[in-house]
Design a protein around this ligand. Structure first.
Ligand code: RAT
Ligand code: ZN
Length: 430
């Protein structure tokens, strides 16, 4: 055991954080078996394919679509005109306005710069045509390996939206598992729109009716089990609006209490709740339409208390919820707080939230997930987050040494392994 001098801490943390492979617990990424719309090597593309990668996808990330409409507002370029452009035209428009005519200083813009640089490309080009040929040469599966190596990510967790026909039909047609990816059953529509999701279940051959009799409960459970099996779900998940309350005595409650949580318990898998997304504030922006709002932490406490045999992953979108949520996790061993979600995935907030969580929860937290939608984003999301987590950790260790603790390199390695991988995989196991 090598006891560290205070002056060695920063370098030791930096190298431990860089060396530790990440198990990324929440992304929207898919393997090539789900098809890709991205042109490569003269191969046929799949226009509705789900594997997104490459420079045009990177630059048209919905975070950047929102940003370009700030500088070229819809009064100058109507939404319909933007959506009628091809993917490359949209990317050219965004590149021109956010990267050439302005400094790409926002976090989402900087992410593109980091990614291109780390791929060995020049982020300073005036036109994306200078970068496109390089991406067209990549083979999608080989490119996944390359990106995972560069980002030092060892496992990618998908978000499998089973109510999306495009995705559902691909599963039904048979998908060969890709060992680099794990599945998660995402249940937004089931829980938040029972009138329509119930109809869909009925169409798919499950004997459900609008009033929740025993048969409906058993059939919804059968549906959940069928799909957990099909996607090999390592957990089930939902994103919920800020006004989600439990109990609220609505269909969502019944589905949670009688179907989803009992199925998760029986399968011994956690249930993830991502709370605070206010959907469609400006629907014209499509995927970029949503914002956040303050959520109710007490509802999470109620669920953790009333379902002690379930395990819950929880993240919230409002900065103002973070302290109460971390305190709630002190009260419930079956609650695991994770990630700086979406609008919180910004350096100043990651720094603040990671500090707060470590101070309240020690090592029992999962500081980050990537939420990548485009494969290449793994590179910047993890590069930026690793540095921030490392800075906070190093300071906490220095404080601990000042307090008299004989810190060792092995302890740092163990903690970093927990933060970036083992706390997540350990919570999955129960
Ligand atoms: O972060 C995002 O890209 C959002 O659009 C959402 O996908 C969010 O992360 C979610 O999982 O609902
Ligand atoms: Zn997400």
């Amino acid at each position: 055991m090598s006891r560290l001098d205070r002056s060695e801490v920063r370098a030791a943390v930096r190298s431990a954080v860089a060396a530790q492979p990440v198990t990324d617990m929440h992304t929207h990424l898919y393997p090539p078996t789900f098809g890709t719309p991205v042109p490569h090597r003269g191969q046929p593309t799949d226009p509705a394919g789900l594997m997104l990668w490459g420079v045009d996808e990177l630059v048209t990330y919905h975070y950047l679509i929102a940003e370009v409409f700030r500088v070229v507002p819809a009064t100058k370029l109507p939404y319909e005109q933007f959506w009628a452009m091809s993917k490359s035209e949209q990317a050219d428009h965004i590149w021109k306005h956010l990267f050439v005519e302005r400094t790409p200083i926002s976090e989402a813009c900087r992410g593109v710069v980091t990614t291109l640089s780390k791929l060995g490309l020049d982020p300073g080009v005036k036109h994306l045509d200078q970068l496109r040929p390089w991406f067209r040469e990549q083979d999608p599966s080989g490119y996944i390996d390359r990106v995972m190596e560069l980002a030092n990510v060892s496992s990618i967790t998908m978000t499998n939206a089973v109510f999306d026909d495009n995705e559902r039909n691909r599963w039904l047609a048979g998908i060969q598992p890709d060992p680099r990816f794990t599945g998660v059953l995402r249940l937004d529509q089931l829980l938040l729109d029972w009138p329509n999701s119930g109809k869909k279940l009925a169409d798919w051959g499950y004997q459900v009716s609008p009033e929740f009799g025993d048969q409906t409960v058993m059939e919804v459970r059968r549906f959940l089990n069928d799909w957990c099996d099909r996607v090999s779900a390592i957990y089930c998940a939902v994103s919920l609006p800020p006004d989600f309350h439990y109990p609220d005595f609505d269909a969502c409650d019944t589905l949670l209490a009688k179907c989803v949580l009992p199925v998760c318990e029986a399968r011994d898998i956690p249930f993830a709740m991502m709370i605070g997304s206010r959907r469609g504030v400006n629907p014209q922006l499509r995927d970029a339409a949503d914002m956040g709002g303050l959520a109710d932490v007490q509802s999470v406490c109620t669920l953790c208390r009333e379902f002690p045999r379930n395990r819950f992953f929880v993240t919230m979108l409002a900065r103002e919820n973070q302290h109460e949520l971390a305190v709630a996790a002190r009260k419930f061993g079956n609650l695991m707080v994770f990630g700086c979600w979406w609008f919180l995935n910004n350096p100043s907030l990651i720094d603040e939230i990671t500090r707060l969580r470590i101070e309240l929860l020690g090592t029992t937290v999962i500081p980050q997930h990537s939420d990548a939608r485009i494969l290449d984003q793994l590179v910047y999301k993890w590069d930026h987050s690793r540095k921030l987590i490392g800075t906070v950790l190093a300071e906490k260790y220095e404080d601990l040494i000042d307090a008299g603790w004989p810190l060792t390199r092995e302890e740092i390695d163990r903690d970093v392994r927990g933060f970036l991988s083992d706390t997540f995989t350990g919570f999955l196991k129960g």
